[in-house]
Design a protein around this ligand. Structure first.
Ligand code: F6R
Length: 605
């Protein structure tokens, strides 16, 4: 959570840092701050609230001159989000300022130790122990003091350090939190991710765990934990500047919903050759596995549930989908005959990383489905399928999720063919159907105006249900989460057949039930459940394939989605639900791209 950025070069640092923080705000937005070196002294401006509040504050004081500095946007873990707890934090002697993303697990012990030495803490944060340690250990060599400091830390960190003793030089360090160095001409940067830097450079160095970097305008030197210089590869980032901007849309979320035909094409097309699905990146012998364990968090977990239904059905192999925060502490049966599939847009989610390590330790092969290239999960996995969704800025995932589902669908079909469970004719037919998904997604987006009207009608529901069976149920999980996380309306996803076992007591006249009916194998069963809730006065909004007259006669309102193979419905079916959540939240005046209490990249447990 939290985003960090650093700049050293010839430009004024403050505008570069503030612009970088705007692009990192999706990582956390409850307080923010920057520190700039001006005439050999560290000057800081901090505020509670969003980066815009910080920008205003910097303008009010007439700007902050200086050509090197560091910045931070926060998602509070230790201490309330006020100005004092906002980063950067200063060492007692004012010589060092630090920004930090991550959690220092042994901070209480370190704080006590430092207080016993007479250090007076200003904030309640875990971060402050880092900068105070640095101040104590410093004897004229920052690199040495930083290495000693990080050797004392337990937990996760991406750190940026500014010092009045070395104008123009920044230091950065990482363990288990994302950190890249941006390479410019006569200027260099660090940041939590490329979106903060993309308007300046696309050439980056990925920092690995245990490394520290010394960054001047002309030189970047990376050292290992023992202080030995190491050679790092440069990486060129293919994302373009426009993809990290709103481009005329009111919100990143709407832009990203609308981008789905393009992102799905990027995920699908390169993997289809001569009418067959090809994963050049995989070297897996699918026959080796007698079990698949899929793990992830949040929406990525909902994609995992789709994957479970599909892989199980098409490959005839037992598949579990487990929430990563549960799997990491479970006594699950995993061994070398298990294929663990780990799904993550950011590739940095702490629980997912822990669950993945657990699977690896138990002998499983780990396949990661990830969007962010070079992320921790991508690096730790045995093999990676990138989703190629491009940068996703809105906190609520849309194209991140649909590209995950598209890749899982392709994987299920590919694996079924590899293991001899799917004959050539069906393989070719399903491949052709998958190829059509981007076009169908575009047609699903044509429901935009209709969804907007429905959102107008139903925006003031106090609570609602999403019901469906099998793949429809998997999509209910995601449709319900989308609505609640950005509109703050309570909603529940229910397996349609389960409602009558208790929860139906909550159905009352006027309550909206969104019924997903695209998985046609179980259509009649879902219709019975629709009749049950209608009999109790509920309003039913049906999402069903175009031309399905029966369902549209049953429901109070409907969203007809383009027809496809029933196994491929989730990608298409979720699109009107994303739009529904978006327009309900917009109608209710919610902060759509930055919902309260959330952050996009959840790097804490
Ligand atoms: C919801 C959402 C989250 C993420 C979850 C996992 O819209 O975005 O539920 O899906 O935090 O994140 P990743 O995919 O980055 O591991």
């Amino acid at each position: 959570m939290c985003g960090i950025v650093g700049y050293t070069g010839q430009l004024q640092a403050a505008p570069v840092l503030l612009n970088g923080l705007k692009h990192l705000e999706y990582r956390g937005y409850d307080s923010a701050g920057i520190a700039v070196l001006n005439d050999g002294a560290i000057e800081m401006t901090k505020t509670s609230g969003k980066v815009d509040a910080l920008i205003e504050k910097v303008q009010e004081i007439g700007g902050m001159p200086g050509i090197s500095g560091i910045g931070h946007t926060r998602w509070a873990t230790h201490g309330v989000p006020n100005e004092v707890n906002a980063h950067p934090h200063l060492s007692q002697d004012g010589r060092f300022a630090i920004v930090h993303n991550g959690i220092i697990e042994n901070f209480a012990v370190l704080r006590k130790e430092l207080e016993d030495k007479g250090v007076v803490f200003r904030s309640e944060t875990d971060t402050e122990v880092i900068v105070q340690l640095l101040g104590i250990y410093y004897e004229g060599d920052i690199k040495k003091a930083l290495l000693r400091t990080v050797s004392r830390l337990e937990g996760s960190y991406a750190l940026g350090v500014l010092s009045s003793d070395e104008p123009g030089t920044l230091y950065a360090a990482r363990v288990a939190s994302p950190l890249i160095i941006g390479i410019g001409a006569g200027e260099n940067f660090f940041a939590s991710d490329i979106t903060a830097l993309i308007s300046h450079t696309k050439n980056v160095i990925d920092m690995d765990d245990g490394e520290i970097a010394e960054i001047t305008p002309d030189r970047i030197t990376v050292f290992d934990h023992a202080g030995r210089e190491i050679k790092k590869e440069e990486r060129y980032v293919s994302w373009d500047v426009a993809s990290a901007e709103k481009n005329g849309y009111d919100h990143f979320m709407l832009k990203e919903i609308m981008e789905q035909p393009a992102s799905l094409k990027a995920a699908i097309e390169p993997r289809i050759r001569a009418g067959a699905i090809v994963f050049d990146e995989l070297d897996l012998d699918m026959k080796k596995y007698d079990r698949v364990m899929i793990t992830a968090c949040g929406s990525a977990y909902h994609a995992a549930v789709v994957g479970k239904y599909l892989i199980q059905k098409l490959c005839r192999i037992p598949v579990d989908a487990e929430v990563a925060s549960e799997l990491r502490y479970e006594d699950a049966v995993i061994d070398e005959r298990t294929l663990a599939i780990v799904i993550s847009q950011s590739g940095e989610t702490a629980d997912t990383i822990a669950a993945m390590k657990k699977c690896k330790d138990a002998g499983a092969s780990v396949l990661a489905i990830v969007n962010v290239v070079g992320s921790t999960i991508a690096k730790l996995a045995d093999s990676v399928i990138y989703t190629w969704a491009g940068p996703e800025i809105a906190v609520a995932t849309t194209k991140g999720y649909t590209t995950q589902v598209a890749v899982l669908s392709m994987f299920a079909v590919w694996a079924a063919h590899e293991t001899g469970r799917m004959d050539e004719a069906l393989f070719k037919k399903m491949t052709a159907d998958i190829r059509l998904i981007p076009k169908l997604a575009q047609r699903a987006l044509d429901l935009n105006a209709r969804v907007k009207k429905l959102a107008e009608k139903y925006h003031d529901q106090p609570s609602l249900f999403f019901i469906g069976r099998n793949l429809d149920y998997a999509v209910c999980l995601e449709g319900s989460l989308k609505l609640k996380e950005i509109s703050y309306i309570h909603s529940e996803a229910y397996a349609a057949g389960e409602l009558k076992h208790g929860t139906i007591a909550l159905i009352e006249p006027g309550r909206l039930v969104v019924a997903l009916c695209c998985y046609e194998e179980l259509f009649d069963k879902t219709v019975s459940n629709i009749q049950q809730v209608k009999a109790r006065g509920a309003d039913v909004l049906a999402v069903a394939p175009e031309g399905n007259r029966r369902i549209f006669a049953e429901a109070n309102a409907s969203l007809p989605v383009p027809r496809t193979d029933p196994n491929l419905v989730p990608v298409i079916e979720i699109i009107p639900l994303q739009l529904f959540a978006y327009y309900v939240a917009k109608r209710n005046g919610c902060d759509i791209d930055k919902p309260k209490n959330l952050a996009k990249s959840v790097t804490v447990e």
